[in-house]
Write a protein that binds this ligand. Sequence first.
Ligand code: BTN
Length: 251
Amino acid sequence: MNWPAEAIWEAVAPLWPGFTVEILPEIDSSNTELMRRARAGRGEPVLLVAERQTAGRGRLGRGWQSAPGASLTFSLALPLTPSDWSGLSLAVGVSVAENLHPAVRLKWPNDLWVGDRKLGGILIETASAGAGPRQAVIGIGINIEAPPAQGLSTPPAGLRELVADADGPQVLLRVLPPLVRDLLAFADAGFAGFHARFDARDALRDRAVALSDGTAGTAHGVGDDGALLVHTAAGLRAVASSEVSVRPALP
Ligand code: BTN
């Protein structure tokens, strides 16, 4: 595949001195690889694109399946020093969704959705080695072609449903430079600048949701810290991203 490594490097290197782009034909997981490097003290900013992942990882210990050519899988490692990390994963979702297509929405905390089907996911991990800044590893997987639905409760979506000629290299060039700019803005000013943008794409707003602990409620947007606000029988509850998973309740 013909990856726009140079164009991305030219757009990003002025913003992140020392930035490099690597395209790998195969790796276990681009996130795992960048976490290994970060823990080994290699803190340089890098974009790692994996054409094939043999052990792709999702949130909450799940796997992430993707097929070469039918998906875009990459991770970005950046030494970030925000004063407040809360809302980072939502900010990443907002940035990517805005640059994919107007119809792409966000299912809190940061799944990319088309209708009620999953188009992509984001896995953010952080590592620190020694006294340097904490390194954020931001992994993103986007279905270019919808993968098979086996074993999933809802069939996934593919970007080609919205953009007929979409391919991985072209999508990467669209989302990556604005993502880096948004990450710099986040490091400066936190989630505040992303709050209204998240609201505009919030797929759960005013919908019935079921928390993984069994609580039922109605989603009511997010707080200034990115927590999901849910009206429950016991009152308004703020759900932190690590606490529960949320699914729209059946109508
Ligand atoms: C999720 O929805 O659970 C998150 C999925 C994240 C997948 C991407 S693909 C590139 C990067 N490498 C991984 O192993 N995972 C992330």
